[in-house]
Design a protein around this ligand. Structure first.
Ligand SMILES: NC(=O)c1ccc[n+]([C@@H]2O[C@H](COP(=O)([O-])OP(=O)(O)OC[C@H]3O[C@@H](n4cnc5c(N)ncnc54)[C@H](O)[C@@H]3O)[C@@H](O)[C@H]2O)c1
Length: 397
């Protein structure tokens, strides 16, 4: 390889440079910013499992999916409340930039990040690591209704199978507390509204079914393991962002076509897409578009903090929403007012595959039992938080 002069022939230099560049590229992952080396450093952090300045230490939480929209907001709040956090994420969705933001905001030695896939046992072992985990909050999942109809097996593997793998890892590491991110999609198209926790679960798409099967696995595991406690939260539609503008929601551009309504509206307002397409105008609702219950991510995170102290066996179950239904047209109008941009809207009669007409939550159970209720119930104020971050980060994280 090396010539007798001790020099490498020029074509080999080029080849080695190419390999080196490729390794750097692969190591940098799909998100912006951090290199593989800095991710390794984040994984090697020695967590401090003690309270700061003599304050009691609330615990060490393993957050799956912490690079995602909800997981990153939850991590920030946990850190603010004195917890130590280990994040595990494979960046199949979510943003490395969210991790960079969290790293800058985290107190010293309180955040550890493992670049790993929940479907890989070795990665789970790294995630649980050598610092005793007190509880797991399991956010990681792929989570698009339409995609789940097109790729059902990916959903059963990512959502249901990975939850089982996580439970097995929790057993190996003697971790006995779990908070699980479930969804109103488990209810399907309900006969009666609002949706209570007793509303029958008849999911109509693989996303909702894969979440319900994961819930069942958790409940059955709890039957067989009386020292295991869990909480299952069925979120309605999550939106908004950190009111202080430190984190936001940035669906990756390649996922835009599957994305949620607020992201699409902002992309249209920013000129990233030529028009906003409203899918489904023939639903049996007040204006023909579907009705959803939009809960602010900060409120949702509050619900997690509240339920952490109330995990139980059998697992507790709560709806998390505002109790109010908003049509897509109403949502789009609010978006236009907040962004100040009269975005072009194209309405299409045909709905997205797997979409249901109307869902909103009865939230009396979580209010009565945990004292939680949504504080951000002004749609425009909440959209204003999301837009403030998004318009200040036009290229995302
Ligand atoms: N956003 C909503 O409106 C909503 C509503 C109901 C339920 N949920 C649930 O909340 C959770 C979080 O949703 P989100 O909106 O933050 O989604 P998100 O896509 O922003 O975040 C999910 C994160 O999980 C990670 N992930 C996915 N598969 C993984 C794997 N195999 N290993 C490791 N990491 C993996 C992704 O990379 C991403 O960072 C999901 O479980 C979702 O089903 C969300």
């Amino acid at each position: 390889m090396v010539s007798s002069s001790g020099r490498m022939p020029i074509e080999r230099v080029g080849f080695v440079a190419l390999i080196f560049a490729a390794v750097l590229y692969l190591g940098s992952g799909s998100g912006a910013g951090s290199s593989y080396a800095s991710m390794r450093q984040l994984e090697d952090v020695q967590l401090s499992l003690a309270g700061a300045n003599g304050a009691p230490f609330p615990g060490h939480i393993l957050v799956t999916g912490g690079a995602g929209f909800i997981g990153s907001h939850a991590t920030l709040r946990l850190l603010e409340d004195g917890y130590a956090v280990t994040i595990v994420d494979n960046y199949s969705r979510g943003n490395r930039g969210a991790i960079e933001a969290l790293r800058k905001l985290a107190p010293k030695n309180k955040l550890r990040v493992v670049d790993g896939d929940l479907g890989v046992q070795r990665d789970l072992e790294r995630a649980f690591g050598k610092h005793k985990v007190d509880a797991v909050i399991h956010f990681a999942a792929i989570a698009y209704v339409g995609e789940s109809v097109a790729q059902p097996l990916a959903y059963y593997r990512n959502v249901t199978v990975n939850t089982i793998g996580l439970l097995e890892a929790m057993r190996r590491h003697d971790v006995r507390k779990l908070v699980y991110s479930s969804t109103c999609a488990t209810y399907g198209n309900p006969d009666e509204l609002p949706i209570t926790e007793k509303t029958p679960t008849v999911p109509i798409n693989p996303y909702g079914k894969s979440k319900l099967y994961a819930e069942d696995a958790i409940r059955d595991y709890a039957v067989a393991n009386k020292d295991f406690d869990a909480a299952i939260l069925r979120y309605f539609n999550v939106f908004g962002s950190d009111p202080r503008g430190r984190l936001g929601e940035f669906p990756r551009p390649e996922l835009r076509a599957m994305g949620r309504i607020s992201g699409a509206c902002f992309d249209a307002a920013l000129g990233n897409i030529p028009e906003l397409v409203v899918m489904g105008t023939d639903f049996p609702t007040r204006d023909g578009t579907c009705i959803r219950d939009y809960v602010h991510v900060t409120d949702l995170v509050d619900a997690h903090l509240a339920v952490l102290g109330h995990v139980a066996n059998p697992p507790v179950l709560y709806n998390v929403g505002t109790g109010e239904g908003v049509t897509v047209r109403e949502f789009v109008d609010a978006c236009k007012r907040v962004t100040g941009v009269d975005v072009t809207v194209r309405e299409q009669r045909e709905s997205r595959p797997g979409d249901y007409a109307e869902v909103y939550a009865d939230v009396s159970k979580i209010r009565e039992e945990l004292g939680w209720e949504a504080r951000y119930v002004d749609l425009e104020e909440s959209l204003g938080h999301a837009w403030a971050w998004r318009s200040a980060h036009k290229a995302g994280y």
